[in-house]
Design a protein around this ligand. Structure first.
Ligand code: F6R
Length: 604
């Protein structure tokens, strides 16, 4: 996610940059840096660690114009060398986003003699702008960014003048207008202490700032007139982008995070998934006999979906185990087994220990994780980063859907190599994957309906979530979300299993959420709905928009857009997250910090 800031005006830039970076630390906190224009040119200081670590190493820098960065590593470990700003000659840059065509640009620039010192994709931006700089920074940024595919909010400084230039595409960027001073930042939170007059920049827009002037341009260099907004939020509300809780903010962020997990990893043209970070030789992927997934909590639920997709698409027998069980069992593992550990934080003690245990059997290892440079990432041979950005709410939301996307991508990747998935089906799946962010937005637009249903059932003492096949893991996840933030007892069940015991608990007082999107098991699901209706349970179905039948059998329906049968779990996840959120909100619970729980469980 990363946070960027920039200041130009009459005051010393460094203290303002540091203060603003502290406000953005929620966006990333593994390394940080500043570049300030001084009488001797651009001075750069950076370090791994938090903003306080940067503050500790900073000398007294004299300069009225500067840029700063707090990093959440996506490409390249969180080291001082990889920290921003990056430089090329007299150009410095800070960047939030991902350069998709990094390799192509790297090869081109390297061929021209540019030296690369870091492992980051951002360094190509510095060299690109340097390549095009002929005395006008705005022109150079336009020329350079026209070559870039990917996402960015970036701010540039040039040693020649007290001017700052910034631009955005698909990453947030806001310009702040002060008196004799101007700012840019990833988020208004960083600016509220200095100004409340801001411009939310649009994609493919560039801003040029000096102390007295601020001008916006499009990518053809034409001036753009921007609307100045006055922000009324206090700082606490601004940190959550105006949402009452981080969890709701993060649920809403899934439009972007799901997109970011896929970005640069899909070729619709060939029907292939591009996962260069998976170094397993193709021959080994062809010969894989078994996958074992290990994880805890929400990550375990994602793993259960992994089982369905690895088996259905790639034809690889897959087992899923809870890390804390796996490590004390006597697992039977061969060297033809791939062990996939899933962990948002990469610091869950049980998952790390289980991964270490698996390694002693000589298995191949791979991790799906959201945080770069963690203990888990140092244990495994292959890492697929979910790129969801930092998650503050204790209940995992956006990192869960990103784990699902990473699993789909891996399964398609393996399936293509093992010749289990023909090009046409693969292309169709990839197109459908790419449509998911738009569909998530549609669900979010409809959240009032979900809120009403949540309030309606919020006094229940017990809740059931039923699903079959691919929706079963989401039934477990829906129940887990509800339990952890609303403290209502909830059970997720494979719908066909209900009559083997838990049906005894069903009554008019136990709401049942039936995950009933179209699938080969749809008719069976309808039968299960009838079973619980016959015991007077109120049933809330989550179904596709094309389903005209379901409302005959249930009390209320929440609709999701129609997608490929395999991909409904992503859409349903958003609905069950909102359901849990609004229930907890109606009950006045501590949503972002539920009782007894921690974000990262680093003890056994
Ligand atoms: C639930 C939740 C936890 C985590 C679990 C594993 O919302 O967040 O169940 O999923 O503690 O954490 P990671 O994925 O960091 O290993």
């Amino acid at each position: 996610m990363c946070g960027i800031v920039g200041y130009v005006g009459k005051k010393q830039a460094t203290p303002i940059l540091l203060d603003a970076l502290k406000r953005l630390e929620y966006r990333g906190y593994d390394s940080a840096g500043v570049a300030v224009l001084t009488d001797n040119g651009i001075e750069i200081h950076k370090t791994e660690g938090k903003i306080s670590d940067l503050e500790a190493i900073l000398p007294d820098i004299k300069g009225l114009c500067g840029i700063g960065h707090t990093r959440w590593a996506t490409q390249g470990a969180p080291t001082t060398l990889n920290a921003h700003p990056h430089v090329s000659g007299n150009i410095a840059v800070v960047h939030n986003g991902i350069i998709e065509n990094y390799q192509e640009l790297y090869d081109e620039l390297k061929g021209e003699g540019y030296e690369f010192v870091s492992e980051t994709d951002t360094e190509v931006l510095a060299h690109l702008i340097h390549r095009y700089y002929k005395g006008n920074l705005v022109d150079a940024v336009i020329e350079g960014l026209k070559k870039v595919k990917g996402t960015y909010a970036a701010a540039f400084l040039c040693g020649d003048s007290e001017q700052m230039v910034a631009a955005r595409k698909d990453s947030p960027l806001v310009a702040g207008l002060g008196k004799g001073e101007n700012f840019v930042a990833s988020d208004v939170t960083a600016l509220l202490k200095y100004t409340r007059n801001v411009v939310y920049m649009h994609d493919f827009e560039i801003v040029s700032l000096s102390g007295e002037n601020i001008q916006f341009f499009d990518f053809d260099g034409n001036p753009v007139k921007e609307h100045i907004e006055s922000i009324e939020w206090n700082i606490e509300a601004a940190e959550k982008s105006g949402y009452p809780h981080f969890m709701l903010k993060e649920i809403n962020e899934q439009v972007t995070s799901v997109h970011d997990t896929m970005m640069g990893r899909i070729s619709e043209l060939t029907g292939d998934v591009l996962l260069g970070e998976v170094k397993l030789p193709r021959e080994e992927i062809r010969k894989l006999e078994r996958i074992v997934i290990i994880a805890c909590g929400t990550s375990y639920n994602a793993g259960l979906l992994g089982k369905y997709v690895f088996e259905a698409l790639a034809g690889i027998h897959t087992d899923v185990d809870i890390s804390s069980e796996f490590r004390y069992a006597n697992p039977v593992l061969e060297d033809s087994t791939l062990v996939i550990s899933i962990s948002q934080s990469g610091e869950t003690a049980d998952t790390i220990a289980a991964t270490k245990e698996a390694k002693t059997y000589g298995c191949r290892t791979l991790s799906i994780t959201n945080v770069v440079g963690t203990t888990l990432s140092r244990e495994v041979e292959n890492i697929v980063y979910t790129r969801a950005g930092p998650e503050i709410g204790v209940a995992a939301t956006k990192t869960f859907t990103s784990q699902l996307i990473a699993l789909y991508l891996l399964a398609i990747h393996f399936a293509r190599i093992r010749k289990k998935l023909d090009v046409d089906r693969s292309k169709r799946l990839l197109v459908s994957l790419k449509q998911l962010p738009g569909m998530i937005q549609q669900i979010l637009n409809n959240k009032e309906l979900i809120r009403k249903q949540a309030i309606r059932f919020s006094t229940a003492r017990d809740y059931f979530f039923l699903g079959r096949s691919l929706n079963f893991p989401i039934a477990l996840e829906g129940a887990l979300k509800l339990k952890e933030i609303s403290y209502i007892h909830a059970e997720g069940y494979a719908a066909g299993e209900l009559k083997h015991g838990p049906l005894a608990l069903i009554s008019k007082d136990t709401p049942v959420v039936a995950l009933a999107t179209r699938a080969s098991t749809y008719d069976k699901m309808l039968n299960n709905i009838k079973e619980v209706k016959a015991r007077a349970a109120p049933v809330l179905a989550i179904a596709g928009m094309d389903d005209t039948e379901i409302e005959k059998y249930v009390d209320a329906v929440i609709r999701v857009p129609v997608t490929d049968e395999l991909l409904y779990p992503v859409l349903i996840s958003v609905v069950v997250q909102l359901l849990a959120y609004y229930t907890a909100d109606a009950l006045g619970c501590s949503i972002d910090k539920p009782r007894n729980l921690a974000k990262s469980v680093t003890v056994e």
